[in-house]
Structure formats: C-alpha cells, structure tokens
Design a protein around this ligand. Structure first.
Ligand code: AMP
Ligand code: MG
Length: 315
C-alpha cells in the first residue's frame, strides 16, 4: 500500500463489466480479474505491447515468464504440445488450479516476452466464471500473473489490487474474495518425468495418482523454475514462522488452537487457511505492530503450498 497513486476504475464482474473488460483487452489494455486462485492482471498474450504493459505495471523482472490462460483443452493444444500425460491431467484437473509447463508450439501466436524466451510455456484453464466469460468473450489467450507489484503479497480481493497497482491497471473487475486464495500448482512435464515447480491447491499426491511418482530431483538435479525467487509475497515487515505465541511488537497470525490477533482458520482447516493466507498477510502489513509472527501449519496437502508461500514471505 503506497497511497501514492490514483485508484483504478473498479466495476462489478457482471455481464456488463465483462463485456467492457473484453473490449479493453482486445484493444491491448490491462484488466484485473478474479480467478479461483488470486486476482490476475490480464492482457492479450499475442500482443508484445500488451504483455510489456504487464511487466511494467508489476515491476516484474523480464526473466520471470507468465502463465497463459485458455478457455479449454482444444485452445491449449493450439499453443503447446500435449502428450498423453498432459491430456490426462487436463481431463482430471481442468478447469481448475493446475498450470502445466509444456513445449511451446512453433506456430503458436504468443508474444516472446510471455515465455521469457523459453522453449516451454505455462498454461492453465481456470474455473472462475468471470475469468471463463472473459476468455470466451475476448476470444484471446490471456497472460495473467497475480495483480500486485512484483514481490509483494498477492491479491485475493479487488481492493488489494487497487492498493497495490493503482491506476497502472486500466480496469478492475470486482468478483469478491477468491475461493482457493493461493496460486495454482505448477507442474512441469519433461521427457524424463514430471516435477512440481510450485506447490498449490492440487497436491503432488493427486498428480502422482495419475502419472506415478515424480522425478527424483536428487537424481536429476534441480530443474530451475525461472522466477521462483526465494523472497516473494513480502509484507514489508519481518516475519517469524512456527510461532506458538506473540513476542513484544508482533502481530500474530494464528491457526487452530493458537489464537493470535487474527486466525488463518480457528477450526484448523488447511483449505480455509489457504483461502485466508493473503488476507491475513495484508491485515498484518497494515497493523501497528512492526513485526509479524505466524503459527505452525501442518505440511500435508495444501499445507505444503501455504508453507512454501510463508517461507518466501519470511525470506
Ligand atoms: P505468477 O504469474 O506470478 O503466478 O508466476 C508464474 C510462475 O510460472 C513464474 O514464477 C514461473 O516460475 C512459472 N513459469 C511460467 N512459465 C514457465 C516456463 N515456461 N517454465 C517454467 N516455469 C514457468
Ligand atoms: Mg505473483
């Protein structure tokens, strides 16, 4: 929250709002749009100037490639090379919070900056009705990273987008709070096997149920995911993890029996904790206390994704 900029235009994500947003996107504009993960900052993926505007608005380093959103598997197959594994995952998890990194088709009309020059592309078919309507009405593949300044806390409400980006975004569609609240799982499908690049709402076990065990990273060496920076989601204050009580000057984010100044989930529900993670970090950033402490979160299921984001917020 810098308070230095003008507020963007914000309208409801209803039929009228989506029609206006689709028009703006076709003209090369930037639209913030709710998805089931977090709010995305969308631009047409086939236009170099539109994609350049995403990097500029976010202050995002140009080596950090973008996820492209598509309305369906058929559209996805015109952009990337799908094998049987990719089709199986699409069948099981699309539309939904799974992004696949696949070989980019040579004839795909995608601006080079989207993939940061890589021979692969990250694709997702989202489930949120507003994002789906926008994809259908614009008739465009949409590049859409999280709608916040690079390195900051991701937005799960329209107000978070306005606070972070101001009028660097042309229009914000307000669709209320995001249901999953945490970014998509990213899985890379390589010739040698598959690997999670970013944990998220779809767990490694859920993918393994379809594809068998992942690559042994110790055997294969670490496969780099560009842009998976160790410091990210930073609330602008020091963060202490695994806290069972608040020390002096700390705003405590609780979980389960550890109450805190606010709670990720009083009943200790990991899905609720994921949905409230960024909301709680935004609250903590705005609180008077100079430091933030967070209660321990079990590592199972979506807990792995929550802890991944918390470690980066604390780094
Ligand atoms: P965001 O748009 O902030 O949700 O981040 C998208 C993430 O997707 C980036 O941090 C990249 O690490 C990852 N990504 C996008 N495209 C690729 C790709 N072609 N290969 C590997 N990782 C990718
Ligand atoms: Mg992001």
């Amino acid at each position: 929250m810098t308070g230095k900029h003008q507020l963007p235009r914000m309208i409801a994500a209803d039929a009228e709002g989506i029609a206006e947003a689709a028009e703006l996107l076709r003209a090369g504009g930037l639209v913030a749009v709710p998805t089931e993960t977090v709010y995305g900052l969308a631009a047409r993926a086939d236009s170099a100037p539109a994609v350049a505007a995403i990097y500029r608005a976010k202050g995002r380093p140009d080596f950090n490639p973008l996820i492209v959103h598509v309305p369906d598997l058929a559209t996805a197959e015109t952009i990337a090379e799908f094998d049987e594994r990719a089709r199986q995952l699409a069948q099981a998890f699309w539309p939904g919070a799974l992004t696949m990194v696949l070989p980019l088709r040579l004839e795909a009309r995608i601006a080079a900056a989207v993939t940061a020059g890589l021979p692969t592309i990250a694709l997702r078919c989202p489930a949120h009705p507003a994002m789906r309507s926008l994809l259908e009405q614009s008739g465009l593949p949409l590049a859409a990273p999280s709608a916040n300044r690079s390195g900051g806390v991701s937005p799960t409400r329209a107000g978070h987008v306005a606070d972070s980006l101001g009028d660097a975004v042309d229009l914000v569609l307000d669709g209320g709070a995001c249901a999953a609240g945490i970014e998509s799982t990213i899985v890379a499908l390589r010739d040698s096997g598959w690997q999670i690049l970013r944990p998220g709402p779809v767990s490694e076990d859920q993918i393994a149920a379809h594809l068998g065990p992942p690559l042994d990273v110790k055997m294969e060496g670490r496969i780099e995911a560009p842009g998976q920076l160790s410091s990210h989601y930073a609330p602008g204050k020091p963060v202490r993890l695994g806290a069972t009580s608040a020390e002096d000057g700390e705003f405590l984010i609780g979980f389960g029996p550890i109450a805190g100044d606010t709670s990720l989930s009083e009943r200790g529900d990991p899905a609720e904790a994921a949905a409230r993670l960024y909301e709680c970090l935004h609250l903590a950033a705005a609180a008077p206390q100079p430091r933030i402490a967070v209660a321990p979160i079990p590592e199972e299921g979506i807990g792995a994704a929550i802890n991944d984001r918390l470690r980066r917020a604390a780094a």
